[in-house]
Design a protein around this ligand. Structure first.
Ligand code: MG
Length: 431
């Protein structure tokens, strides 16, 4: 990388632009409801003082109210606080509008969450002056075309990790640059816990390795971080921190597609919970197909009303066919519920992992030799059928066609929810 830098003129270079929307849900509410602008508001999932804020406006943040603050506590800190019920579908709607606007200026390389995205800059835009100009145009575009309340903080840096760190350093409406040649530079202003990847559990482990400050962290060798993390996560973190190239995309094999659901009391009997589990699986499978992957593992986890969590997983021939996956799930369900002694179920989580791209060649020899797999044509027909079901559900609404249960019993609980780490596509509301 240093060689490539040397041949350009004196203009410093950056490789990534990271964009983080400020107080996202709260800003969308203020955009939609002008009477909320300039006021301390907290977005809440349910109308109760016992709940926590899932977002707070800039004005509320001045009172120390943030995501996770209990609403009772928030009202004590700020009696004039206004709570607003979350409207997840409009947040997704705005998310797509925001992506559209950013892409008028530059392609988004990766969407990190509903309010975060990153662009990998190309040669002309790597020059710091051009990158800053791009950042300012995106900010202005969002304000003019998406809404005056929609502001963001942008970080520019040699890799995505540092660009995200930079985007966190100035809020709201920030623009912060971290240059490779100036590192550690402004990183030393931060606390360890300001860095993504250093959470409550990680900090004591760093302390145990003698790392208490950003100076210590910067001075630590790769082996030390490997030890602190207990694996390659530490090496990755070290590379990221020092401006090295990080993985731009997690390889599909390490990705997961999953859904979980906390059951309403009337759905907590084992038979009803089993239907919920299958509904969650079909939703995940549909998403798997849309992303053009196949999965090789399925994990099922169940939390009973008063017991511990019970879980099991299965490995199978890679596939994306709902019928086969539902069969795998049925076996896992028996296994897990036996562990759970068929008690009432409070929460169900279903996760597909070991993903492979549809385009990669199948690894079938073993299965075919053992006679355990379906003939190729039959398998392809079933995958085709699953895809047709996806299309029908897209066109006519969720659960127009389902496999193995009555739509009416399940329609209400599989509503698409926001995950902070994952944005439902518009199509997903119909899956
Ligand atoms: Mg944000």
């Amino acid at each position: 990388m240093p060689a490539a830098r040397a041949i350009t003129d004196s203009q410093p270079l950056v490789d990534w632009l990271f964009l983080d929307l400020n107080s996202y849900f709260a800003s969308v509410e203020q955009q939609l409801h002008p009477e909320l602008r300039g006021k301390p508001i907290a977005v809440v999932p349910v109308d109760s003082d016992a709940t926590c804020a899932i977002a707070a406006s800039h004005e509320a943040k001045k009172f120390g109210i943030k995501t996770g603050t209990n609403i009772g506590e928030a009202r004590r800190r700020c009696p004039e606080l206004i709570t607003v019920m979350a409207g997840h579908d409009v947040y997704v709607e705005f998310h797509h509008k925001i992506i559209e606007e950013v892409e008028r200026h530059f392609p988004v390389h990766v969407i990190c969450s509903i309010d975060e995205m990153a662009c990998k800059l190309d040669a002309p835009r790597r020059r710091l002056d051009a990158a800053m100009d791009l950042a300012r145009r995106i900010k202005q575009g969002l304000r003019e075309r998406v809404g005056e309340c929609i502001t963001c903080s942008v970080g520019l840096a040699p890799n995505r990790f540092l660009a995200k760190v930079a985007s966190d350093m100035q809020k709201p409406d920030g623009l912060v640059v971290l240059l490779q040649e100036e590192l550690p530079g402004r990183l030393l202003e931060l606390e360890l816990s300001d860095l993504c990847g250093i959470g409550r559990r990680m900090e004591p482990r760093l302390h145990a390795c003698g790392i208490r400050t950003m100076e210590d962290l910067w001075a630590a060798g790769r082996e030390t971080l490997h030890r602190a993390w207990g694996g390659v996560g530490g090496d990755r973190f070290w590379h990221g921190l020092h401006g090295g190239t990080t993985e731009d995309d997690v390889p599909p094999a390490h990705r997961t597609i999953g859904h979980s659901h906390v059951l309403a009391p009337e759905l907590r009997t084992p038979p009803a919970a089993g239907i919920v589990a299958r509904r969650l699986l079909l939703k995940a499978a549909s998403r798997l197909r849309r992303m053009k992957y196949r999965a090789r593992h399925l994990h099922l986890s169940v939390r009973t009303e008063n017991g511990p969590r019970c879980e099991a997983q299965a490995k199978f021939e890679e596939g994306s066919d709902s019928i086969v996956l539902a069969r795998v799930l049925a076996d896992l369900w028996q296994k897990v519920m036996k562990q759970a002694r068929w008690q009432r179920v409070k929460k169900v989580s279903v996760t597909l992992f070991g993903l492979v791209a549809e385009t990669s060649p199948r690894q079938l020899e073993l299965f075919e030799a053992s006679g355990a797999s379906a003939p190729k044509e039959q398998r392809e027909q079933r995958e085709q059928l699953s895809r047709v079901l996806d299309e029908i559900n897209q066109k006519f609404g969720r659960d127009s066609v389902v496999i193995g249960f009555t739509p009416d019993t399940v329609r209400t609980f599989s509503g698409t929810k926001i995950a902070f780490t994952r944005i439902p596509d518009r199509e997903e509301f119909k899956e």
